[in-house]
Design a protein around this ligand. Structure first.
Ligand SMILES: Cc1cc2nc3c(=O)[nH]c(=O)nc-3n(C[C@H](O)[C@H](O)[C@H](O)COP(=O)(O)OP(=O)(O)OC[C@H]3O[C@@H](n4cnc5c(N)ncnc54)[C@H](O)[C@@H]3O)c2cc1C
Length: 447
């Protein structure tokens, strides 16, 4: 039978007196407590049921929304093409039917854990959640901008549904927007707002766009493409301060060279910080995320950590031993949660599939297969008249990744080759008229 479902802690508390009573609530012990009810936490709960896990599951998150998908926040949701309901992962009935207790609007501030993996999580509202096993799917938070004026009204971030709802409510209040940060989210937001007729400027601190995730040819492609479409982009920009209109609202961004870029809205997209606070409090090893092994187990051998918060061994077949990575993507959250679900169920299954990522920017659909870290050469394929653009990444002669813009066949070919640990010889791949899938050969054949 289903347990009490979808409890919103503010809803459960009716008065101050009730609040005092509620504050000492100790819940029934759950089989597994999943802290963080977003992409990774949701998938872990679903996959646990898929692997036959029969104990009770509590999925707890601090946001006051039913679990939702983030990617559309910077794209279709901001553009008004989908509404909040379209972003919700599963219906309330789903959680009921699968005996998963969903707790919203509750933040865990401390976890006491025993050596057998059991323990108690303490929430800021006083509720206590005893568990036999715990999983941290706590993700990451937006990196704050630290310059004078960063607290002015009109300065926004885009990590959560609340951020996006707030932003949507302000769309009529501005004509000029500055996006600080030329990464994926910054560029997606810039495209969305430019598409609505806003004068849009992207300020990128580094010498190229999306510098953390793609190589120079892809950065160059997006720089030209965005400028051609009318988005202003300033590279190597140094933000000195945000300008106060005199009423506490932002009116522009001042750069170190004295330039002031007008803006009634400033969106900050300068990366994220993994939420390692709980793990540190628990004494787990952290290093740009929670350090986990191939089975999503943290350093204590029993706590699970999944998704954006986890620093894990590079899962790409053939990756150098000991190389680690923290990925921020939907695909990773899903695949990693599946590994974790097996782990909880006592099975040791390694990460299946090849990491991949997508980003939609205006009419450009970027798909990335594999991980390009450590590449030493690239091959560019371009079919100008069809708007197709692909960069293949090689490391010691072996293909390791591809960035594909409006080139889904290239993406699928590389993803398939990587999954089979195959090679796509660089010289032949340089001809954009040759289908990549016809070039894939087993690695030994290329030696
Ligand atoms: C605007 C935007 C656009 C994106 N677009 C794409 C895209 O196009 N393609 C793609 O692959 N990826 C995209 N991503 C990234 C993707 O959404 C993330 O990789 C994914 O959400 C990670 O899931 P997660 O569950 O690991 O972490 P998160 O989504 O960060 O979720 C963690 C959850 O844990 C909660 N939490 C944290 N601490 C506590 C606590 N102590 N107690 C209770 N709850 C807590 C948080 O509030 C949050 O709800 C985008 C992200 C954003 C923000």
């Amino acid at each position: 039978m289903p347990q009490t479902q979808e409890r919103t802690t503010t809803e459960a508390v009716g008065s101050t007196a009730a609040c005092a009573a509620e504050s000492s609530t100790v819940h029934t012990e759950t089989g597994i407590l999943i802290v963080g009810a977003s992409q990774a936490g949701v998938q872990l709960a679903i996959s646990l049921r898929g692997t036959g896990f029969e104990e009770s599951i509590t999925l707890l998150g601090e946001e006051d929304h039913r679990p939702y998908q983030r990617p559309a926040l910077s794209k279709e949701f901001l553009q008004g093409k989908v509404d909040k309901e379209n972003l919700i992962f599963r219906s309330a009935e789903y959680w009921d039917d699968h005996n998963i207790t969903l707790v919203k609007n509750s933040r865990v501030e401390r976890i006491e854990k025993n050596s057998d993996g059991s323990g108690v999580a303490h929430a800021t509202d006083g509720h206590q959640y005893p568990f036999r096993r715990v999983a941290l799917a706590v993700g990451a938070r937006a990196r704050p901008l630290e310059v004078p004026g960063a607290g002015l009204s009109g300065v926004s971030y885009l990590r959560s549904a609340d951020d996006a709802l707030d932003l949507k409510g302000r769309l009529d209040e501005f004509t000029d927007v500055v996006v600080i940060g030329g990464g994926f989210i910054g560029l997606e937001v810039a495209c969305s707002l430019h598409g609505m007729g806003k004068t849009t400027t992207v300020l990128e601190h580094g010498p190229r766009l999306i510098g953390r995730a793609v190589g120079e040819p892809t950065s160059e492609y997006f720089l030209n493409a965005h400028r051609d479409r009318g988005v202003n982009i300033i590279l190597n920009s140094r933000v000195e301060s945000l300008v106060d209109a005199g009423n506490g609202k932002v009116s522009g961004v001042k750069l170190e060279d004295g330039t002031i870029v007008p803006a009634q809205l400033v969106i900050v997209g300068i990366g994220v910080i993994p939420n390692t606070g709980l793990a540190e409090q628990m004494g787990l090893e952290t290093d740009n995320g929670i350090v986990v092994d191939r089975y999503a187990l943290a350093s204590d051998g029993s706590t699970i950590a999944v998704g954006d918060v986890a620093n894990m061994p590079n899962p790409l077949p053939g990756a150098p031993e000991g190389e680690r990575i923290r990925l921020e993507s939907v695909n990773n959250a899903i695949e990693h949660a599946k590994v974790a679900a097996y782990s909880v169920s006592g099975r040791r299954e390694e990460y299946a599939g090849i990491p991949w990522f997508w980003s939609n920017q205006a009419d450009m659909k970027l798909q990335i297969a594999g991980l390009s870290m450590g590449f030493d050469s690239t091959v560019v394929r371009r079919v100008e008249e069809k708007g197709k653009f692909t960069v293949l990444y090689y490391r010691e002669g072996q293909i390791i990744a591809a960035d594909c813009v409006n080139a889904p066949l290239d993406f699928m070919a590389v993803r398939a080759a990587l999954a089979k640990n195959q090679q796509i010889p660089a010289e032949a791949a340089a001809d954009p008229d040759v289908m990549l899938k016809t070039l894939a050969v087993d690695r030994e054949d290329t030696r």
